[in-house]
Ligand binder design. Structure first.
Ligand SMILES: C[S@@+](CC[C@H](N)C(=O)[O-])C[C@H]1O[C@@H](n2cnc3c(N)ncnc32)[C@H](O)[C@@H]1O
Length: 409
């Protein structure tokens, strides 16, 4: 008993304190990695998992506290409130919470990866299957420029809103949302609002997109609850505006320099980017056919006027009949995707792929094993597989792999 030194004291000097809730082994591993390669100053400015360094609060910890999430969620249901407050330092900060996208990255994990991979302002990081653009938001928060590509036009909208709202003029937003009822009537009447088709260069367009996302969020929310869009929309819009407002206050107080993002609707199978144009790739493909991303976002995509069947042809994980055939097509597409990641990233650039296997769906075929094999064939040198558990009783998938590669060109 007497001689035992607790694990955290063995790992970190007593002047370093981790953010509450950093308790998974993979998180400690990443925190240790940050601790090993970042200077004290860098840890204070950009670390994902530290709260205090030599008594100084880190930027991440301060930003989360300044956001006043209690106030933002004052009208949310008890469940939503608890969810966001529990994830105050890990999932619900900055603009990540604007649309609760299924299957999104843990933002803190991305922050740690950017640190570990030594991606800094001046670099460009790409997520070619970006979903809700978690990578772009995290990169921008650290002053790094980012490119998001996703096949889904709804993901494009989410990415644009989540990155634009990191740095905007809150007064313009407030002046636009003065009458939520009028906005709601217009959004309902116009279906795909004429405005979005006709005003591609309007400076206010990005502000209207925030309202459109809040509306589409409400449509999904109303579908899952017993309440109507009319009743829920003002509440959802209010949550969006206060999330943005409190983050803006925190950003100004902290003097955070926000990076730029380019959000593109396109395919990872044929990236609209030049050779050797990005410094790092961090991405997570569909885990074979575990989630039908088009079905998930069907109401939103249909509202925006898109043909799901056309998108389905190109979407990874949604073609084929029977497990064997589906997997064959899946790996063929993943092979092309890895080839594209190699083409657009620079020599020695890190390429990180986060992927999990649902053994029951794939009859035991491990996706990560095959992705390592395909990556190596493409000339991406495999470096490390860091395992991350998936919690929750309902999940049949128990862990994900964080696969690190280096582009050898
Ligand atoms: C696991 S999700 C990514 C979630 C994301 N990491 C986040 O934090 O929100 C996989 C994404 O791959 C996209 N996708 C599937 N096929 C694609 C393709 N051919 N080109 C680009 N994106 C594709 C899907 O639309 C989906 O958003």
């Amino acid at each position: 008993m007497k001689n035992h030194i607790p694990l955290l004291e063995k790992l970190f000097d007593k002047n370093y304190q981790l953010i509450d809730g950093t308790d998974e082994i993979f998180e400690l591993d990443l925190a240790l990695w940050e601790y090993e390669i970042l200077s004290k100053k860098e840890l204070v400015e950009r670390s994902a998992y530290f709260k205090l360094v030599d008594g100084k609060e880190t930027a991440h910890y301060k930003t989360c506290n300044l956001q006043n999430l209690e106030e933002v969620h004052k009208n949310s249901s008890f469940r939503t409130k608890i969810f966001f407050l529990d994830g105050k330092y890990s999932t619900g900060y900055a603009t990540h919470s604007l649309f609760p996208y299924r299957g999104k990255f843990h933002p803190q994990l991305i922050r740690a990866l950017l640190n570990i991979l030594d991606i800094k302002p001046g670099h460009i990081v790409l997520d070619p299957m970006a979903g809700s653009s978690t990578v772009a938001v995290e990169a921008n928060l650290l002053g790094i420029d980012a490119i998001s590509v996703d096949l889904s036009p709804f993901c494009e909208l989410m990415g644009k809103v989540k990155t634009f709202t990191l740095n905007l003029d809150i007064k313009i937003l407030e002046s636009i949302i003065k009458n939520p009822k009028e906005i709601l009537d217009k959004l309902k009447k116009d279906k795909v609002p004429e405005y979005f088709k006709n005003n591609k260069d309007d400076k206010k367009r990005n502000y209207y997109e925030i309202i459109l996302l809040a509306f589409l969020d409400t449509v999904g929310f109303a579908g899952r609850s017993s309440s109507s869009v009319d009743k829920l929309f003002p509440r959802v819009l209010d949550r969006y505006v206060s999330t943005i407002k409190y983050f803006q206050k925190a950003r100004q107080k902290m003097d955070l320099k926000i990076g730029k993002s380019k959000i593109i609707q396109g395919s990872v199978l044929n990236l609209p980017l030049g050779d050797n144009s990005v410094d790092a790739v961090i991405t997570s493909p569909p885990y074979s056919f575990a989630i039908d991303y088009l079905k998930n976002d069907q109401p939103q995509l249909e509202y925006l006027g898109h043909d799901l069947e056309v998108l389905r042809q190109e979407m990874i994980g949604l073609q084929g009949r029977g497990v064997e055939n589906k997997l064959e097509i899946y790996f063929d597409k993943m092979n092309q995707a890895l080839g594209e990641m190699k083409r657009v990233s620079k020599k020695n650039a890190p390429v990180v792929i986060i992927i999990g296997t649902n053994d029951i769906q794939t009859n035991g075929v491990r996706l990560e094993t095959k992705v390592i094999e395909l990556g190596e064939k493409q000339g991406l040198k495999f470096e490390l597989n860091l395992k991350k558990p998936i919690r929750g009783l309902q999940n049949t998938m128990k862990e994900e792999s964080i696969l690190f590669f280096t582009n050898q060109k």
